[in-house]
Design a protein around this ligand. Structure first.
Ligand code: NDP
Length: 311
């Protein structure tokens, strides 16, 4: 019997993923879009991004759930997730795309771009002497697959680069701090804070009023991970009173961001609609296929997710 891989995603096109995966999977795995599955009992693998409630109940023989992305918060929070291994993508192109977006955002603040945009709106030639990267410090919170690559890229540009995670690790050019107690001190010594933390019980609203108060006056925030890691009311207040000079925000507590949300119009804030990085079929297909093969042959899965830790 041929095994079936069921695909579900709102934003990602089925055809592109099927065409990228087919050459790697050969004849032993049939790839079907969720609404076209002919034999639910043959489905052993699911490649999904935010499937609807009750989705998994249709497939009694599932052996592996592959999250079509890096962030698994929505998936692991579900109460209908079958008791099978979960893997996530760890796509090198996705990592590059994210590192590029983080670098752009760091440079936006380091090179005072919000200041020049405001001056341009006033038709004002407002010279402000640039600072060297070596004079500017950046903290990357979360040094995972994407966070570590972004931190290395920021360090490569010459910024004083710090990282924060749950444990110590070596990253070239990055001073790594770890553990809960280290966070506020770290926030107090850098000019730019980048959230690359997954959303878990421990990180929900981790960047709250106390965290913003601990940040240097005039510092800026970049959030490319999950909106719920930030207490948005506290962020709005920190920006409103001018304690923070700006923010680059790709993710929000509620998406799409409501039309009347104060973040749209606060000075120095750039809003992008959750696109810092996306999963790319061609570069992600080999690792997805390798995990399916591993599941078929009893091999070792890569990029597994811990349900206990939530990432
Ligand atoms: P990983 O899951 O690989 O790594 C998470 C990192 O965060 C690890 O370094 C981990 O520490 C650290 N961490 C987790 N919990 C804590 C905590 N309580 N205190 C301190 N550090 C903690 O994540 P990725 O780098 O792959 O991705 C980060 C996030 O980016 C994803 O979870 C997702 O939400 C988001 N994302 C956003 C996209 C966008 O377009 N905006 C696209 C893709 C992903 P340790 O190393 O010690 O375990």
């Amino acid at each position: 019997m041929t095994d079936t891989l069921v695909f579900y995603s709102g934003p990602d096109p089925f055809e592109a993923w099927r065409d990228a995966l087919a050459p790697h999977l050969g004849d032993t795995v049939k790839i079907e879009n969720a609404d076209k599955v002919t034999d639910p009992e043959s489905v052993r693998f699911a490649l999904v991004w935010m499937p609807p409630d009750g989705f998994f109940a249709r497939f009694p023989n599932l052996e592996l759930v592959i999250n079509l992305g890096a962030g698994v918060d929505r998936l692991v929070a579900r109460d209908d997730l079958p008791d099978v291994p979960i893997t996530r993508l760890s796509d090198p192109e996705m990592g590059k795309m994210m590192a590029g977006f983080v670098l752009f955002s760091v440079l936006r603040h380091a090179r005072d771009i919000p200041y020049f945009e405001a001056a341009q709106a006033r038709r004002e030639w407002a010279y402000k002497h640039p600072r060297a990267a070596t004079e500017i410090s950046v903290a990357i919170l979360g040094l995972g697959e994407l966070g570590a690559l972004a931190a290395t890229e920021v360090a490569r540009q010459g910024f004083q680069t710090y990282g924060w995670a749950t444990r110590a690790r070596d990253l070239p050019g990055v001073t790594v701090e770890y553990g809960d107690d280290a966070l506020l001190t770290l926030l107090g010594k850098v000019d730019i804070v980048v959230s690359m933390l997954p959303l878990t019980k421990a990180t929900r609203k981790r960047l709250d009023a106390a965290a913003f108060a601990a940040m240097k006056p005039g510092a800026s925030l970049i959030n490319v991970s999950r909106g719920e890691v930030v207490d948005e009311d506290a962020l709005v207040e920190a920006l409103r009173i001018g304690h923070l000079s700006g923010a680059t925000l790709d993710v929000f507590e509620a998406e799409p961001l409501a039309e009347d949300h104060p973040l749209w119009t606060l000075p120095g804030v750039l809003i992008t609609p959750h696109l810092a990085s996306v999963a790319l079929p061609k570069s992600a297909a080999p690792q997805i296929a390798a995990n399916i093969r591993a599941a078929q042959t009893g091999g070792t899965l890569a990029n597994t997710v811990s349900r206990v830790h939530g990432y």
